[in-house]
Design a protein around this ligand. Structure first.
Ligand SMILES: CC(C)(COP(=O)(O)OP(=O)(O)OC[C@H]1O[C@@H](n2cnc3c(N)ncnc32)[C@H](O)[C@@H]1OP(=O)(O)O)[C@@H](O)C(=O)NCCC(=O)NCCS
Length: 421
């Protein structure tokens, strides 16, 4: 249902509803953020198959017909160990410089969070300005923008020699099916990753103008892999945010083919386990940390119920198929009870407030909400979390089962949509 809510004075909070709005929304983001954000807005508004006008929210001063703040919702599907999770990304968060600190963006974000819940999204995520989104219940959870930086002079002589067997060409429409297949196969080694639909591949290629290169075997012209490439305007930096290449030989040839005489650094943004990241690691690249994704689960218990099969698989893999047990996780405001019967999750329930003060039992794992989100999504294990959260308390006799249920995972979230043209 379309949103239209009168605020104070002549302000209205509403969705986009006309072509004129589309232009104004994009222009607002271009003017007060930058041209690239404006172009991306327009693209999302006009070309993203999974988005409708109801995914764009704004505050308008109706007396002047002027937009004062915007946000939007970009839908993604995340695979959590094989379970598809619907995720809503908060984006295009912007308020007019003359109207900041008046709670306009807060109104929009609260409205967004209500929509996320109403529409049944299991998580919401954002890559955002430091600290700001914590106030809305977001927790830092997955690495974002982590990369390996290789000064070009560290490429060994063997990599500087002619690539020989392999060549690079620009991808074309016909390649899209194969690209999707490679991407999906490669992602299987990442326990948490963003799924990419055929429509989104078309969006990246046709509309967002991603530079997608195919690596070919020159003798047979068979395509063997691909990479996304982003070369800086001065051509000194080559960034590869994603690559699926079959082995070190092809990875080495790809670097060799991409590198020019003016290349000063190569930045690999793929996951740590990808062949290209491993190769540049061997050449002496430096790991660069950027920030972390912010994740919010509206209903932690619902999310845990959604991933029940994952818990059961973990129990089976740990040889606990016959185990029956109860685990109480106390998030201090409320506690969650997991009942396990013969290796199956019988129930996961919110059991309300559980006293953890002196003399009270408090449950098997007492853990602050933020720390639990990091644990639940496999970003950190209990031992790692203890450093920043000394208020985590675990019963020694339950630590093993908790570690089986909530292990550290290999996750890599890459969700591209920005206009590259
Ligand atoms: C960040 C931005 C969206 C905030 O918009 P805003 O309309 O001023 O936000 P609100 O008035 O709704 O602020 C809500 C709360 O956040 C606080 N806040 C505002 N800007 C903040 C910031 N940069 N960091 C931390 N807190 C901030 C406000 O003080 C307010 O706190 P309160 O509820 O205790 O009064 C705005 O400054 C902006 O458009 N910046 C440029 C674009 C940008 O960085 N967008 C985010 C990209 S991820």
């Amino acid at each position: 249902m379309r949103l239209e809510e009168k605020l104070e004075n002549s302000l209205v909070m509403r969705n986009i509803r006309s072509d004129e709005d589309v232009v104004k929304f994009a222009r607002f983001n271009a003017e007060f953020n930058n041209a690239s954000e404006g172009a991306t807005c327009e693209l999302l508004l006009r070309e993203h198959k999974g988005m409708t006008q109801e995914d764009f929210f704004l505050v308008e001063d109706t007396s002047a017909g002027e937009f004062l703040a915007t946000i939007c919702l970009i839908p993604w599907e995340i695979s959590f160990e094989g379970i598809p999770i619907h995720a809503a990304m908060l984006e295009m968060v912007l308020s007019h410089p003359a109207h900041r600190k008046q709670g306009l963006v807060k109104r929009l974000i609260l409205c967004f969070l209500a929509e996320v819940d109403k529409r049944g999204y299991e998580v919401s995520l954002i890559t955002g300005i430091p600290n700001y989104y914590r106030q809305y219940g977001y927790t830092y959870a997955f690495d974002l923008g982590t990369s390996e930086i290789l000064p070009a002079f560290l490429l060994p002589d063997s990599a500087k020699s002619p690539a020989g067997r392999y060549g690079l060409r620009n991808a074309n429409q016909v390649d899209l099916g194969q690209l999707a297949k490679w991407h999906e196969e490669n992602n299987r080694q990442k326990q948490v990753h963003v799924l990419r639909s055929d429509d989104h591949w078309r969006y990246l290629f046709d509309k967002a103008k991603f530079d997608i290169r195919i690596v070919e075997d020159t003798s047979t012209h068979a395509a063997v892999g691909y990479c996304l490439v982003n070369e800086s305007a001065d051509r000194k930096t080559i960034q590869i945010p994603e690559a699926v290449l079959p082995n070190h030989e092809v990875a080495q040839a790809t670097l060799n083919l991409l590198r020019t005489d003016v290349t000063e650094r190569i930045i690999i943004g793929c996951g740590k386990q990808d062949v290209l990241a491993q190769l540049v690691g061997e050449y002496g690249s430096v790991a660069s940390r950027n920030t972390q994704w912010l994740i919010r689960t509206h209903d932690v218990v619902k999310f845990m119920n959604r991933i029940k099969p994952v818990f059961e698989k973990r129990l089976a893999c740990a040889g606990c198929s016959c185990m029956s047990a109860e685990v109480i996780v106390n998030l201090f405001r409320y506690a969650i009870r997991l009942r396990i019967k013969e290796g199956k999750i019988e129930s996961i329930q919110n059991v309300g407030f559980l006293d953890s003060s002196m003399g009270a039992d408090g449950g098997d794992l007492c853990i602050p909400h933020d720390a639990f989100i990091r644990l639940l999504f496999g970003y950190r294990n209990l031992d790692e979390l203890w450093d920043a959260w000394p208020d985590i308390v675990v019963k020694p006799e339950k630590k093993h089962i908790i570690e089986i249920l909530l292990p550290k995972l290999c996750g890599h979230l890459y969700a591209p949509y920005h206009y590259q043209g």
